[in-house]
Design a protein around this ligand. Structure first.
Ligand SMILES: C[S@@+](CC[C@H](N)C(=O)[O-])C[C@H]1O[C@@H](n2cnc3c(N)ncnc32)[C@H](O)[C@@H]1O
Length: 269
């Protein structure tokens, strides 16, 4: 039986462009706040873990950092190299990175610790590669879900969609509480000090067709749910998306309230 990480990593295969054009724009909204939280300065050696299409890597380079970026997915690494040509983009998956101990001033992980099979081991690995005094900043999606995420759950429920095994959440014993306190605890347990975590709310403005096209191309958990349905249930999901997203329409664009949990901390000297 494949592991949780194998299932999640397989779900990204062939979907890098679809992610970059849809959910990647949503995730990218947190990049400036993540780099601010990590106090990225010119000359810092920065690791972007789970770089995806390279949004953190590219923005860190514009702040003068020297960037190494890792991602298990080949398509994501291709996009990251395009977005951040000066970054050293490598294959790598948490919780086992082929990187030396204490080799980075800053580690960033934008919406990655929310999708790994062992978040505690993954966070310890990120701390391992930090130099004493180095800073880590990371984001996850909170629970309870924001309206943006709830909308997809409501679409699936209203259409009577069964959740496939590939969309199952992490077992409670492996998981952490997806709140500011829970995420701060994860970082502290991994050995960070001066930890701070907060919920950052924002509104994602997106064209409805573009927003639907993410799951329709298999992106994210809702994409796995959608692709696992019969054509009939897929059609019902589309109808329910049109119906349930209507209240969020303003001048033809969806205005979807959402929030991330942003946490940061420091490795002690
Ligand atoms: C939600 S995307 C976030 C990408 C990027 N950080 C961003 O802000 O757009 C998650 C990324 O994590 C990668 N990923 C999945 N499992 C991973 C693991 N075990 N270790 C590192 N990255 C992983 C995926 O390939 C994908 O590129």
């Amino acid at each position: 039986m494949p592991t949780f990480d194998q299932v999640k990593q397989a779900a990204w295969a062939g979907r890098a462009d679809a992610y970059a054009e849809t959910f990647g724009r949503l995730c990218g909204r947190m990049v400036p706040a993540l780099l601010d939280a990590a106090e990225v300065r010119a000359g810092d050696e920065l690791l972007d873990a789970g770089t995806g299409p390279g949004a953190v890597a590219a923005a860190a380079i514009t702040r003068g950092a020297r960037v190494t970026a890792v991602d298990p997915d080949e398509g994501m690494r291709r996009l990251a190299r395009l977005a951040a040509p000066r970054a050293d983009v490598r294959e790598g998956a948490l919780p086992d990175l082929d990187l030396a101990d204490a080799s980075f001033d800053v580690v960033g992980a934008n919406f990655v610790l929310n999708l790994v099979g062992d978040p505690r081991a993954a966070t310890r690995e990120l701390v391992r590669v930090l130099r004493p005094g180095g800073r880590l900043a990371a984001t996850v999606w909170p629970r309870p879900m924001s309206e943006l995420h709830r909308l997809w759950e409501d679409v699936a429920d209203a259409a009577g969609a069964e959740r496939p095994a590939s969309a199952a959440p992490l077992e409670p014993a492996m998981d952490f509480v997806r709140s500011p306190d829970g995420f701060a605890g994860l970082l502290e347990d991994a050995g960070l000090t001066d930890v701070h975590a907060e919920r950052v709310g924002f509104v994602h403005r997106v064209d409805p067709e573009s927003w639907w096209s993410g799951p329709a191309r298999g992106v994210a958990t809702i994409g796995a749910v959608l692709l696992a349905q019969t054509p009939e249930v897929q059609g019902r999901m589309r109808e329910q998306f049109d119906r349930l997203s209507r209240p969020y329409l303003v001048d033809g664009m969806l205005h979807l309230p959402t929030a991330a949990v942003l946490a940061h901390g420091r490795r002690s000297q």
